[in-house]
Design a protein around this ligand. Structure first.
Ligand code: GCW
Length: 688
């Protein structure tokens, strides 16, 4: 009995060597089943010509992972490519970023990972480990990989005081107070996680930028972070405040055409590169939401961006200038980025790239793509996605975002005929461009599990994977992520994958279906407040600006008889959106003001359809609870319980969304909620 207890205690110690608290992300390297493990036996690590810091990282990571997964030790050798060895080799002439191939050798074969540089070998290593973790067959490999975008960047909206704008996973990872003296071990963990999914850049601070971030004091702090990131292939970038010359430098102006201001930025760039030799460049939010910019001095976005670009050019730095601009008086916010930036096409310096949010308003659960994609043909553009779930339920709700990202990247702009997808218009394949990039607003924080919700890790993961290759399917990515993060057990993987794939549409349905947008509560953007009307507040911050509900119907008329936003798209898309008959129903209320009794494709009236959509959203969240409850035996109790609790909150809040929106819109439609829809459990007045 005592022995049994002892064995049991030993086993559970072994099993819980690492707490399953989500901190290990998708890099858990769980032991492989015996039959698979034997298959990998006898392989030797062989690294040639990689003596860099990165080379050391590869050797350590691969050995540890291999040992953890197979129980077998690898021996480093620098001599020959023996049978069953795994070789990491620099091949300067390789056209791809890396290859992983099975190659013959005397009496057998070996695995060869090749790249022109050590960063490529790092990515190749993580690729091979991923194949092992997901129990793929690695006996006959012929993999050639090249990333679609050269710069794959996380944007952190992290502030100097450690808070994170729209962050739902604790405080900032960067301990500005303790830097540069104290280095958190999480900097390395963060860099490693990013490298494992191909992310190679990080903007450390909020686009609502404190000028102090480019003071010498803070540059020295950022330099310590950069030192940790460097061998993992991650470049540091900073957001800058356009008024820095005045606010930090004490100049009387920050006018971009003022010679003293231009010189100030040149000197600043010189200082930055003396401290951060491989600094990536600036991210700029200017003349947006009250932030300063060139228009304050009667200058254009191009004047502002080009001044910064000239300062960074000698050091190969770039400027990512955001197109997120809108003002309170515009009759249609969705048109503004296009109106302000199109006239400037071709006027930007060659190291400027315009960073454009995926949709024309603001990271809503569903928007059409921003019409600047495909339209600005003489200026490089990059997509900005939001990984943090500002408008998709924070870290309280499960919403797997690969389908949202892909919907945008695969949208056909028709800029150069059929097939001119947003991805192709931004990756250099249609419009040759010196810089290609893609950005995601990070959802990381100092929570133990990094992202608050265990499933929110999948959004960090899928952003990286799609930034590398937008052609991967949402399903494929979910599959990998689930297997690495939880278990390879099919009885777990399959239903959980389906839940993930359905989750974004569920959120759309219970929050704002059929093309509705911005029904969010004031400021925090979590719950519904479609009725919100604050006297004197900016009209474009009020939900009624977007839904336009009245006795006749619902939705924003953006057709040729309305704001004419449709004209910003190329034909035939423009015409498709313009006609109520051909407009995709999932964007109907984005483009049209639709009568309550309008017949939808399935024969329902708009009102009934709207009710069914809200119900479908709630029903999905119930299904997620059911699916999850059946998974308890496959995973650890801690993560099971935490996800179970969050799914309960999600259903509760989905019901709130449904009741709030239907009861409010009912005051306009004056029609009954169909029988098949659950009766409201809240009162409108109570919700208000
Ligand atoms: O989505 C909105 C957010 C702001 C954010 C802004 C932006 C950083 O509500 O918090 O500010 O967009 O993207 O600049």
């Amino acid at each position: 009995m005592r022995n049994i207890l002892f064995v049991f205690a030993f086993l559970s110690l072994a099993i819980h060597l690492f707490a399953e608290d989500g901190s290990r992300l998708w890099l858990r390297y769980e032991p492989l089943p015996e039959n698979i493990a034997t298959h990998y036996s006898g392989k030797i690590l062989y690294i040639s010509s990689v003596n860099s810091e990165t080379g050391k990282i590869i050797e350590k990571e691969f050995k540890e992972a291999f040992q953890a997964m197979t129980g077998k030790n690898l021996h480093s050798a620098k001599m020959d490519r023996g049978k069953n060895s795994i070789c990491f080799e620099i091949n300067k002439k390789l056209p791809e970023k890396y290859t992983i191939q099975t190659k013959p050798v005397k009496n057998g074969n070996y695995i060869s990972i090749e790249s022109a540089d050590d960063k490529g070998l790092l990515y190749g290593m993580f690729h091979l480990l991923r194949l092992m973790q997901t129990q793929e067959d690695i006996s006959n490999l012929n993999i050639r990989e090249t990333p679609s975008y050269n710069r794959r960047i996380l944007n952190h909206w992290d502030n100097i005081d450690g808070s994170i704008e729209r962050g739902y996973a604790g405080a900032s990872l960067w301990d500005w107070n303790d830097l540069p003296g104290t280095i958190s071990p999480r900097y390395t963990e963060y860099a490693r996680a990013n490298a494992s999914i191909g992310i190679n850049g990080s903007v450390l601070n909020n686009v609502n930028a404190n000028p102090k971030f480019i003071s010498k004091e803070y540059l020295l702090k950022a330099a310590e972070i950069a030192k940790i990131f460097r061998p993992w292939g991650i470049q540091v970038y900073l957001s800058v405040n356009f008024s820095s010359p005045a606010e930090l430098g004490g100049l009387p102006t920050s006018d971009p055409l003022d010679p003293a201001v231009r010189q100030w930025w040149k000197d600043k760039a010189k200082e930055i590169y003396s401290i951060l030799p491989d600094f990536g460049g600036f991210l700029v939010k200017a003349n947006s939401e009250g932030l300063p910019g060139p228009q304050d001095f009667g200058r254009t976005h191009a004047d502002g961006a080009n001044m910064l670009a000239e300062a960074l050019e000698p050091y190969n730095g770039i400027v990512m200038w955001r197109a997120f601009v809108y003002n309170a008086t515009s009759p249609d916010r969705a048109k503004q980025a296009y109106e302000e930036f199109m006239p400037l096409d071709g006027q930007f310096h060659k190291n400027v790239i315009i960073q454009v949010k995926n949709g024309p308003v603001d990271f809503q659960p569903r928007e059409p793509f921003t019409p600047l994609f495909g339209a600005m043909q003489k200026t490089p553009l990059m997509v900005e996605f939001q990984i943090t779930q500002e408008y998709l339920g924070f870290s309280k709700q499960l919403a797997y975002l690969a389908p949202l990202y892909k919907e945008c990247l695969q949208s056909d702009t028709y800029a150069k005929g059929k097939g001119s997808t947003v991805a192709k218009c931004t990756d250099g394949s249609i419009f040759p461009q010196a810089i290609t990039a893609i950005a995601g607003v990070a959802n990381t924080g100092n929570d133990t599990n990094w992202t608050g919700h265990h499933f929110a890790q999948s959004n960090w993961y899928c952003f990286g994977r799609l930034a590398w290759n937008p052609d991967l399917t949402s399903e494929q990515i979910a599959n990998e992520w689930i297997k690495m993060t939880f278990t390879n057990e099919p009885a777990f993987v399959e239903p959980v994958r389906q839940m993930m794939l359905d989750s974004r549409e569920a959120v759309v349905n219970y929050m704002m279906p059929l093309g509705l947008a911005h029904l969010f509560a004031w400021e925090h953007h979590y719950g519904p407040q479609p009725w919100l009307a604050i006297p004197g507040a900016r009209p474009d911050w009020m939900p009624s600006y977007y839904h336009k509900a009245d006795a006749e119907g619902l939705g924003f008329n953006r057709t040729t008889t309305g704001s004419n936003a449709v004209s910003q798209y190329f034909p035939p898309l423009r015409d498709r959106y313009n006609s109520i008959e051909t407009c995709p129903e999932n964007l109907l209320l984005w483009f049209h003001h639709v009568p309550w009794n309008y017949r939808m494709q399935d024969g329902n009236t708009l009102w009934d359809e709207l009710c069914y959509k809200y119900q479908a959203g709630v029903t999905s969240t119930r299904q997620f609870q059911n699916i999850w409850d059946k998974t308890a035996s496959y995973i650890d109790k801690k993560r099971f319980d935490e996800v179970q609790y969050k799914l309960k909150v999600q259903t509760r809040d989905a019901i709130k969304w449904k009741d709030a929106c239907l009861l409010y819109f009912q005051t306009f439609s004056r029609q009954a909620i169909p029988d098949a829809v659950e009766r409201p459990v809240y009162d409108l007045e109570e919700l208000k």
